[in-house]
Design a protein around this ligand. Structure first.
Ligand SMILES: Nc1nc2c(c(=O)[nH]1)N[C@H]1C(S)=C(S)[C@@H](COP(=O)(O)OP(=O)(O)OC[C@H]3O[C@@H](n4cnc5c(N)ncnc54)[C@H](O)[C@@H]3O)O[C@H]1N2
Ligand code: MOO
Ligand SMILES: [Mg+2]
Length: 421
């Protein structure tokens, strides 16, 4: 059976990032946070735009004040008051200073700022009580960024710092990648929606809700296609529709060996290429990954072949396979150029962790910070892949590689850290 690492490599290799010209949209800066920048940004502005003061104080000529000390202060004549937002009018001559405030433009002739705490004021004269360093507290024009060079590269996620940079650079509109479209449906005669009364044998289709939340948190757009019966005709119809409208299709259930597990057979009959049928992991063994050749289907919006994930039906298997394989695939597709690989940490385990050693085993739980060190606490209760109740509050998965049957409390364990998006 395919190892988890080999399965990951196959999946990521199948994903083509969105196209930086075709798969983009223009957004207002205020609505662009968490989106992926599609074009590099260059500014015609220097940062700072001009030499300005980092402090409230006096703009002086260094040569005038270099020997100042409390016993022997330098006395300068104040020729101008320069608040932030004003263009200075004077040129500072020998023996002169300008009153200046943080962010204000430094007047011609001055090269150094003396903070006001190191001065004494008497009417229009200032006593410099301490020698500053040459050019002290001057924020030089272009010292943060030089006009015409690259300010932000394409393929980065726009969070608050990047949004601030774009605002400062006067970019009110931006080209970002469109959200990846991810179609979701559940298969199973036993499934009902959240609001339907349960008949004997029925359960709520919780996978659809879990996947919709995961997809939205990843920055993609979920296309909810509902519940489909274990019926080949219905399944063929929904799969055909899903691959025509989405970049990625997620189904859950129907991928094992039971009499009503039709997904693989229908994918084959529709001409899909099946790349993965099972992975050596627990939960998540019967995982199907397939691609559809690019077609000219009427509704087709993505040029690349739709990537199909037939996730196993068990609720824990759905979440674990999403975190381990689908999330990196969505991130790679989204146009982001780095950071789509899963993040593994080495941490201390609070609890004993067990596996039969036959499959790479994922145990869900929580990372706690104890004296600045992360500790993994396994969720209490059953780790059956049919149990979703103790998945609540999971923020990490402990990973026991094939062959590892036991990790003692306080021993080191590798965990997959889960975060939104
Ligand atoms: N003889 C074998 N049986 C099974 C094997 C095997 O290797 N040999 N593998 C087991 C493993 S591991 C898993 S995982 C499951 C995967 O089953 P399917 O993908 O075929 O899924 P279903 O049979 O449709 O359902 C399994 C389970 O999950 C529940 N389910 C399904 N969909 C939902 C949903 N949308 N929301 C909540 N719960 C759902 C369903 O009721 C079943 O209990 O196969 C094992 N069997
Ligand atoms: O691998 Mo299955 O996913 O045990 O439940
Ligand atoms: Mg089944």
């Amino acid at each position: 059976m395919l190892s988890v690492n080999d399965a990951e490599a196959i999946i990521l290799n199948l994903v083509q990032p969105l196209d930086h010209q075709r798969d983009t949209e223009v957004l207002d800066l205020l609505t662009a946070d968490s989106r992926i920048l599609a074009t590099p940004i260059t500014s015609p502005l220097d940062f700072p735009h001009w030499d300005n003061s980092a402090m409230d104080g006096y703009a002086v000529r260094y040569q005038d004040v270099q020997h100042s000390n409390p016993e022997n202060p330098t006395v300068l004549e104040i020729v101008e008051d320069i608040p932030a937002g004003y263009q200075p009018k004077s040129t500072i001559q020998a023996g002169q200073a300008a009153r200046i405030f943080t962010g204000a433009v430094i007047p011609a002739g001055a090269d150094t700022i003396v903070i006001q705490e190191k001065t004494r004021r008497e009417e229009n004269r200032v006593f410099i009580l301490d020698a500053p360093k040459p050019q002290e507290f001057v924020r030089h024009k272009a010292s943060f960024y030089q006009a015409g060079t690259q300010l932000l590269s394409a393929g980065i996620k726009l969070n608050a710092p990047e949004i601030a940079v774009l605002a400062a650079a006067q970019c009110p509109k931006l080209s970002v990648y469109r959200r990846p479209r991810v179609a979701i449906f559940s298969t199973g005669d036993e499934l009902v929606t959240v609001d339907q009364p349960l008949q004997p044998g029925q359960i709520v289709d919780s996978n659809q809700y879990a996947l919709a939340a995961l997809v939205r948190q990843s920055g993609a757009e979920p296309l909810i296609l509902g519940i489909v019966k274990d019926d080949p005709v219905a399944l063929e119809k929904v799969i055909t529709h899903a691959v025509a409208i989405a970049d990625i299709v997620l189904s859950s259930g129907g991928v094992s060996v039971g009499d009503y597990d039709y997904v693989d057979k229908i994918l084959e009959s529709l001409g899909a290429k099946i790349h993965i049928r099972a992975v050596q992991m627990r939960p998540g063994k019967p995982l199907t990954v397939a691609t559809f050749p690019s077609t000219d289907a009427i509704n087709r919006v993505s040029p690349q072949s739709a990537l199909y994930f037939g996730l196993p039906g068990n609720p824990a298997a759905v979440l674990v396979t999403f975190w381990r394989f689908v999330l990196p695939a969505i991130k790679k597709l989204s146009g982001i150029t780095e950071g789509w690989e899963p993040v593994f940490l080495k941490v201390r385990s609070h609890d004993e962790l067990r596996s039969d050693g036959k499959r790479e085993t994922y145990l869900w739980g929580k990372l706690h910070l104890i004296d600045g060190v992360y500790e993994f606490h396994k969720a209490g209760g059953s780790h059956s892949s049919g149990n979703l109740i103790n998945l609540a509050q999971t923020n990490a998965l402990a990973v026991l590689p094939v062959g590892k049957t036991l990790i003692y409390p306080q021993e080191e364990v590798q965990v997959l850290q889960l975060s939104n998006g």
